[in-house]
Write a protein that binds this ligand. Structure first.
Ligand code: F0G
Length: 357
């Protein structure tokens, strides 16, 4: 039996779900993969560790495996509405995976510029599978982003990086969902920062949720860069950012001012965490059943740092955004683990090997 999906169902995708709060109209052709509606999962282990209520917004469960889909559904729908025939993006991987999928759905050509050798296998496989025109640039993400900006200025191509305001609009819906699930905004909101679009978007979302009367309060916003790629913390752009978390290997974030504004006006901060701490948080999350990519673990590593610095009030409600799925980077997951051992196809030796008999 076919039933009508209720107008407030998360299964509708974020444009239909939050139609009145997004830059769309009845004439916007909605390009959706039913993104959003991702779970907010309580972490028993982290809650105990930092003596707070820690909730994980698992954005890896979006259609292409990252939070980018929230912004991409709006950016691609608007590109189609505006008569665009091609879109372009620079990417450390996830933006390109998302752009390729949504552009494919809309019938638009998708061009992707990626930094040479620094895109995780899963993300590259997505862009290729969705038939994007993928070009490797002999330079890092920041170089690639500048090239795409030039292309979009001089030619009729729509830029779908988060400098496109429709991306930020779509991504703010992550904050709406957190507020819906908690019944109010959290006390602290913690997340990774790369190009700084997402922290800009969440802050906007929380403020709009407050204005709409959904929450009486606003969270303190804490964003974390990797220590080898932390231009905002240093206060100057970096020409050679380095981190194992390739998704946030960015030396000159496009939404720098948005990130600073979120941190400053909320009473939070932008900090940085070492690669070692990111890897540890990644492993701990996986041990709790939650598979994320390295960059996504930067927020959780950051939460630990906040705890050490006495910045997590006992019993506080904390949300951490887990931005991308662990399957994005299978090489990394395998590299850190023991290879499966070959055993005879018999029960006894298997049980012996498992030390269960
Ligand atoms: N986490 C993941 C998994 C990401 O892919 C990104 C950014 C971020 C965090 C940081 O978000 O840029 O809004 O501050 N990835 C971009 C990309 C740069 O090209 O996929 P941000």
């Amino acid at each position: 039996m076919r039933t009508e999906i209720p107008a407030d169902s998360p299964r509708l995708g974020i444009i239909r779900r939050y139609f009145d709060r997004l830059p769309v109209s009845e004439s916007t052709p909605i390009v959706t993969l039913h993104e959003g509606g991702t779970p907010l999962i309580r972490s028993a282990r982290l809650s105990e560790e930092v003596d707070a209520e820690v909730w994980l917004k698992y954005e890896g469960l979006n259609p292409t495996g990252s939070f980018k889909d929230r912004g991409m559904t709006v950016a691609i729908s608007k590109a189609l509405e505006d008569g665009s025939r091609a879109v372009v993006c620079a990417s450390t991987g996830n933006t390109s995976a998302s752009a390729a999928a949504y552009a494919g759905r809309a019938g638009l050509v998708c061009a992707v510029l990626i930094p040479r050798g620094n895109v995780a296998l899963g993300k590259l496989s997505q862009a290729l599978a969705h038939d994007a025109r993928v070009l490797e640039i002999d330079g890092n993400f920041d170089v690639a982003l500048n090239l795409t900006k030039e292309m979009a200025t001089a030619y009729p191509i729509t830029l779908v990086n988060s400098v496109n305001p429709h991306r930020i609009e779509g991504q703010k819906t992550g904050a709406f969902e957190v507020v819906e699930d908690l019944g109010r905004a959290p006390d602290l909101h913690v997340m990774p920062v790369g190009n700084a679009g997402n922290i800009t978007a969440y802050w906007r979302g929380y403020r709009e949720a407050q204005q709409a009367g959904w929450s009486g309060t606003l969270p303190k916003m804490y964003g974390f860069q990797a220590a080898g790629a932390n231009p905002i913390v240093r206060g100057e752009a970096m020409s050679d950012p380095r981190t194992v978390a390739t998704a946030i290997r960015i030396g000159n974030p496009a939404s720098w001012s948005g990130a600073s504004e979120a941190a400053d006006s909320s009473g939070g901060a932008i900090g940085s965490v070492r690669d070692k701490e990111i890897v540890e948080a990644y492993r701990n999350l996986a041990a709790e059943g939650i598979f994320v990519e390295l960059a996504s673990a930067a927020g959780v590593a950051g939460l630990r740092q906040l705890k050490e610095r006495g910045l997590v009030p006992p019993g506080a409600t904390v949300t951490c955004v887990l931005t991308g799925h662990g399957l994005k980077d299978p090489d990394w997951a395998i590299a850190g683990a023991a290879r499966p051992k070959l055993v005879p196809a018999e029960v006894r030796p298997i049980l012996q090997e498992l030390e269960l008999a």
